[in-house]
Design a protein around this ligand. Structure first.
Ligand code: GLY
Ligand code: MN
Ligand code: MN
Length: 498
């Protein structure tokens, strides 16, 4: 559908039909609208039903705005959510709110801008929102972006204020309000909305603002932990869906795997938190295999790295590597057990006060020892682990952990001393070592070639240690085999595919 309409025919001018129309002009190259039609379209609509429910995240977002505002005295903070990204012509990609903006508002709508002002020892927050395009304006039916007959009713200024528990103003007022700001300093989260970026010159505080927000996001509050657990629980269900669909996933089967998981993500949550990696056979040795256009064969290991992003945009990030036919071969099991021991060592290292890098070091020690024992590296583990050696990295390829939250690689703008500092209760991170033997790697035994294994769990740092949020998915190979048999014994999915 497009909102470009055929040119209106010339009016039938005659004594019986005199031209009495007045016209509503709706833009260049667009046919004017007869006022009589506009009036017809404006009449007799019951009011849209916006329940006056306050968003459950509102008390948390309010507190976060006060906290970040408190860090920047005498400053105006501007945090836009961003705009639709064009896919082609007037078709857009699905909108996903800017992370820092969402953290401070819980608002999903595009174009909205949050302004936090810390002046005279007082912190005020205002949401600048495009007002509704309801039946009182011709945009109701002519505006493809906001018109309610095109995109459905959307919270305007009054409705947003109630729902998000924040003062709200029309978006059109943003430029004037910023021009008249009384603070001596400002900071803008840039790169999301060019028009907003242009309203204020670059500031020495711009970077401090995104650093500060990433730092705040390192420690998750109770609401965030609850949402992360929901995202993980939906993800567990998605993995079970995939296991149930495995018998259907032959042929171009990686797409079946992706599609089945992503269905769960859209049904239970907002979306997937990142592109699903459905890698069968040697595709599992490609770290971010997202083409997902390969076959799935009995005898393959399937590496599925996938996460549901819940409605509050927290995402899981879980990987399991499991046999398509339900049984690990002896070689697959041997490699798998080494990665599992490395993952268990990584998880065992997680507790408050421990350096973030300790998790990686614990996992890499186990992998280096195993690779040495198998004769794949010829350097003793203690030497191999030295920063100037690390020959095992040819097979381990990536870091073991990253922060997890609203972004899959969360808190990326936090200062290194914090991100890579000591773990604190409330951090949520992944533990995900892997071993990857490329199909053409002449340094490994032939029977290992083309096998890739990663095991990834989502782990909350607690006051005394850690809690694995994704523990409902087994990692032990016997338990994985039993899990596959059990899930499939409850029936397999008939996707209607040949
Ligand atoms: N799914 C991307 C990652 O594990 O980091
Ligand atoms: Mn990850
Ligand atoms: Mn992952």
């Amino acid at each position: 559908m497009s909102n470009i309409q055929p040119e209106i025919p010339s009016p039938d001018v005659s004594a019986e039909h005199p031209i009495s129309e007045h016209w509503v002009w709706v833009g260049t190259h667009r046919p004017a609208i007869p006022r009589r039609f506009f009036e017809q379209m404006s009449r007799d609509w019951a009011p849209a039903d916006f329940a006056s429910v306050v968003n459950p995240a509102a008390p948390y977002t309010d507190q976060r705005r006060r906290t970040v505002g408190g860090h920047f005295p005498d400053t105006t903070l501007v945090i836009p959510t961003g705009k639709y990204k064009v896919r082609a012509n007037d078709s857009n990609f699905r909108f996903r709110a800017g992370t820092d903006f969402f953290y401070l508002t819980a608002c999903h709508d595009p174009d909205v801008v949050l302004v936090i002002t810390h002046a005279d020892n007082s912190i005020t927050s205002t949401l600048y929102v495009a007002d509704r395009r309801d039946h009182t304006t011709h945009e109701f039916f002519t505006d493809i972006h906001y018109g309610e007959l095109w995109v459905g009713p959307r919270r305007g200024v009054a409705e947003a204020a109630v729902h998000f528990g924040i003062a709200a103003k029309p978006l059109e007022q943003l430029a004037d309000d910023l021009a008249q700001r009384t603070t001596s300093r400002h900071a803008v989260v840039r790169g999301f909305d060019e028009a907003v970026d242009a309203l204020l010159p670059p500031s020495e505080f711009d970077h401090a603002l995104i650093e500060n927000l990433s730092h705040m996001r390192l420690v998750k509050d109770e609401f965030e932990i609850e949402q992360l657990q929901r995202a993980v629980d939906f993800t567990v269900a998605g993995f079970e869906d995939v296991v149930r669909a495995l018998p259907q996933a032959m042929g171009r089967g990686e797409r079946v795997i992706e599609g089945v998981f992503n269905l769960r993500a859209r049904v239970e949550g907002n979306d997937v938190g990142y592109e699903t990696i459905a890698a069968s056979g040697s595709h599992a040795t490609v770290l971010h295999w997202v083409h997902n256009d390969g076959e799935v064969q009995s005898g393959d290991l399937l590496l599925l790295d996938a996460g549901v992003e819940c409605d509050y945009l927290y995402t899981a990030d879980v990987t399991r590597t499991f046999p398509v036919n339900g049984k690990f071969s002896p070689v697959q099991r041997k490699l798998y057990e080494l990665v599992l021991r490395a993952q268990q060592a990584g998880i065992a290292a997680v507790r408050p006060g421990v350096k973030f890098s300790s998790i990686h070091e614990a996992s890499m020690r186990v992998l280096a020892e195993g690779l040495y024992e198998w004769g794949i590296i010829d350097v003793e583990p203690d030497v191999a682990l030295r920063r100037d050696r690390q020959p095992y990295r040819r097979y381990t390829l990536h870091g073991t952990s990253h922060m997890l939250g609203l972004d899959v690689h969360d808190c990326a703008n936090a200062r290194d001393e914090f991100y890579n500092g000591e773990l604190q209760a409330g951090y949520v991170l992944t533990v995900e070592p892997g071993l990857y033997f490329q199909p053409n790697d002449l340094t490994v035994p032939e029977e290992f070639r083309g096998i890739g294994i990663r095991i990834e769990d989502d782990v909350l740092v607690t006051a005394t240690g850690s809690r694995v949020l994704s523990a409902a998915l087994p990692t032990d190979p016997d338990e994985i085999e039993a899990w596959i048999a059990n899930v499939q014994s409850r029936g397999t999915t008939n996707l209607g595919l040949a």
